[in-house]
Design a protein around this ligand. Structure first.
Ligand code: SAH
Length: 389
């Protein structure tokens, strides 16, 4: 459902389409080692006239040492560098801008892809973990009116390697001590940057393998520490459950009733709240992983005590302890008429859930001073560039 226009009623009267997120050229990202499993990496090397055993070596550089430039690999013969670059390790991203916040414990990077499309990721250090928030698409076709990326429309799906490059660069930044507090290890990944991951199902499931599989196949991250967040594409949730990777599912619910959810999440016209919660529950049963329910608290929109009660009832009638609610105060997007709920309304919403036995944690708003919420950095940069020209 690509859209260039913000949905009606979502923006102030003088708001124009926030930006033109147009790629210079559409097509497929160049094929890269991180797109392929080890067998295919060997095949591609053999096709390029290079020894297949190099696939192991190059994969270890990439997944163990976070190195993607064959020029810098001293054990790769100089005569091979160019062929390795063109067959398996082309440059996929170049940096546009990076910003830090929270005393250097949050870094946000904006990257440009081969065709001019832009994506971003945010790296956040907490006392016991370091979490990377990644993008799965350039832009997004889901058109949720409160979300900055939703206003952009969809430019294109990212390739597996473009998704995995975000992980490699973040893992490298952690190791190199780019975050305040010194070197650390990347431990958690959430698909909560730009895009709807389940609308790019093939690339994200391959990317999950590259994240989880042990080197030289992948990074060897723990599946339990990876969260796939979705607006609620029900058939894809069931497909993901059948895949059997114990990743955590997050469902962007934002309303417990169809009347309001139809307005906040346009895809709700296709899969209703009840169907979505049933699928979320099936995911819990199949994976054994508690499902996260995301709920952006929007002032006077979805923050009423009766909606908290209805949410608790909808969850409880499907079983106990299978879901965890993460309310987050809305991070207002440029031009939006909506704002975050008051502290009092947030408190009451959370209390109602807790009183009904629902696990609930208010999510923090890390990086909101650097446009940390979903798609906002890409929006800001594009707007500035339009003003410049
Ligand atoms: N498309 C996926 C993942 C990307 S957004 C999804 O919808 O789940 C990650 C989370 O941020 C989602 O829960 C989304 O609803 C939420 N979000 C988007 N814009 C927001 C905003 N302005 N304030 C708070 N949360 C927001």
């Amino acid at each position: 459902m690509p859209t260039d226009q913000p949905p009606e009623g979502a923006t102030s009267p003088d708001a124009r389409p926030i930006l033109s997120f147009t790629a210079k050229r559409r097509g497929k990202a160049p094929s890269h080692l991180a797109d392929l499993d080890l067998t295919d990496r060997k095949r591609v090397l053999a096709d390029a006239g290079l020894p297949a055993f190099r696939a192991d070596q190059l994969s270890r550089h990439y997944f163990n040492h976070f190195e993607a430039d064959p020029e810098r690999m001293t054990d790769v013969p100089r005569t091979m560098v160019e062929a390795v670059q063109s067959s398996l390790m082309p440059t996929l991203v170049k940096p546009v801008r990076s910003l830090t916040a929270d005393d250097g414990k949050t870094i946000k990077h904006l990257w440009e892809l081969y065709d001019g499309a832009r994506v971003e990721f945010v790296l956040m250090r907490y006392p016991s973990r370091t979490t990377l928030c990644i993008s799965s698409q350039a832009g997004c076709g889901m058109a949720c009116p409160f979300c900055a990326t939703g206003q952009m429309g969809l430019t294109r799906n990212l390739s597996t390697a473009e998704i995995i490059e975000q992980v490699r660069l973040a893992a490298k930044a952690c190791r190199d001590g780019d975050l305040a507090g010194g070197p650390t290890r990347l431990s958690n990944i959430v698909f909560m940057g730009m895009g709807e991951p389940l609308a790019n199902y093939r690339a994200i499931t391959q990317a999950l393998h590259r994240m989880i599989d042990e080197p030289p196949h992948g990074f060897g991250l723990s599946a339990r520490n990876i969260t796939v967040s979705t607006v609620g594409l029900v058939p894809a949730i069931d497909k993901l459950a059948a895949l059997g990777l114990p990743v955590t599912l997050a469902v962007s619910l934002h309303a417990p009733d169809d009347e309001l959810r139809d307005e906040l999440i346009p895809i709700n016209s296709r899969w209703k709240t009840g169907e979505l919660l049933d699928a979320a529950r099936r995911y819990f049963v199949a994976s054994g992983r508690r499902v996260s329910i995301e709920y952006a608290l929007i002032k006077d929109m979805n923050d009423h005590p009766w909606r908290a009660q209805l949410l608790a009832d909808e969850l409880n009638k499907r079983g106990k302890g299978w879901a965890h609610v993460n309310p987050i105060p809305l991070n207002p997007t440029p031009g939006s008429i909506w704002t975050a709920s008051t502290a009092e309304a947030q408190r009451e919403f959370v209390e109602t859930l807790l009183n009904n036995g629902i696990n609930t944690t208010i999510r923090d708003t890390r990086g909101s001073d650097i446009d940390g919420a979903c798609g906002q950095l890409a929006t800001t940069v594009a707007t500035e560039e339009r003003i410049d020209t």
